[in-house]
Design a protein. Structure first.
Length: 345
């Protein structure tokens, strides 16, 4: 009998051990005081520095509009889990300007923040590796006044699932070269260069919603970096609810080159009639943009009126991939890096 009990005990320990080893701390934020914190920043600050385990910050429904958030570089492996995508809203309204405090406006709100929190206009700045977010809206409400980020990312191995990113200019900034971010089932809204930077971003089954007259991407991919932005099975849509009235009747460009050697790939995406048939209508002060083979502006089996490549800009780097080449743009290939990272593991 004792032998049987011993085997049962060993079995139970075997089952529980990995669960304990991978246990996740959970902190609850609620504006009404029903959680552990009423402030998201307080919850972030309470996380142990440089931890390996995942900490979940569960954010109850509400309009969180009084904080400019910073997940600093020592706050690693943090997950924001919203109660619902449409009702858990993290928002702020700072934007870049010439006349404001430290070139940011409105000055009275800029004065509330110091250090890395005010480095950019972003509502949320992510510096800690291993960040994840699910079922949350990230937003900057400054409108058509200049650079006004919803999120600024310099961390590596980031995952966003079922999130909204709402802004007008520069909504999502993948700011650090070689860092990796995965977006699954997200909505990204903007007008001017609203997905930009030198980081690696894989956008999987996302809605890319544009106000008219602008550019979706402004990539600045380093020459030695194999990938920039990859859009897989995304839907490019158009919004006539722009805060700037004359946007509504203008076409939308796939992008314009910013710095370095931009790389953007569109695979099996749905492109509406509002997409500018030229795709990349301007070299934007980058004289080599149209002639360099190191710009990789690729497309593969996209659909819709905007997917017609016959009138794309006559740049060396703009072309359609073949069936063999497209295999190099799988999720696994794009994000694996040197450590074989798989974002949904």
């Amino acid at each position: 009998m004792k032998t049987i009990y011993k085997f049962i005990l060993i079995a139970i320990i075997g089952i529980l051990s990995p669960l304990v080893a991978h246990s996740k701390d959970t902190k609850i934020v609620a504006l009404d005081g029903s959680g552990d914190y009423t402030s998201i920043q307080q919850a972030i600050n309470s996380v142990e520095s440089n931890q390996e385990k995942q900490t979940i910050i569960f954010i109850k429904n509400g309009l969180y509009n009084s904080e400019k958030l910073l997940v600093s570089s020592d706050k690693k492996n943090i997950t924001f889990k919203g109660e619902s995508r449409e009702k858990t809203i993290i928002t702020y309204h700072i934007y870049d300007c010439k006349e404001g405090l430290n070139n940011k406006c409105p000055a009275e709100d800029v004065a509330k923040w110091t250090g890395q929190a005010i480095r950019t206009s972003a509502t949320v700045s992510i510096q800690g590796d291993g960040f994840r977010a699910e079922d949350i809206t990230f937003q900057n409400t400054a409108g058509p006044v200049g650079q006004a980020l919803a999120i600024y990312i310099t961390s590596d191995k980031n995952v966003f699932v079922n999130c909204n990113f709402l802004g007008y200019q520069d909504t999502v900034f993948l700011a650090k070269d070689h860092t990796r971010s995965y977006f699954k089932g997200c909505l990204i809204l903007g007008r001017t260069d609203y997905i930009y930077g030198g980081g690696i971003g894989y956008f999987d089954s996302c809605e890319i919603r544009s106000f008219g007259g602008g550019w979706i991407t402004a990539p600045s991919t380093p020459k030695e970096q194999d990938y920039g932005f990859v859009f897989f099975k995304c839907k490019l849509t158009f919004s006539e609810k722009s805060p700037k009235e004359n946007d509504n009747n203008q076409s939308v460009s796939l992008g314009r080159p910013w710095h370095n050697f931009p790389k953007v790939t569109w695979i099996k995406c749905e492109m509406g009639k509002e997409i500018n048939t030229v795709g990349w209508p301007t070299i934007w002060n980058m004289q080599y943009a149209s002639t360099s083979k190191d710009l990789h502006l690729f497309e593969y089996k996209n659909t819709g009126t905007g997917a017609d490549m016959s009138k794309r800009a006559n740049w060396v780097g703009i072309r359609e991939l073949n069936s063999e080449e497209v295999n190099r743009y799988s999720l696994k290939s794009v994000l694996k890096g040197q450590d074989n990272w798989q974002p949904m593991d």
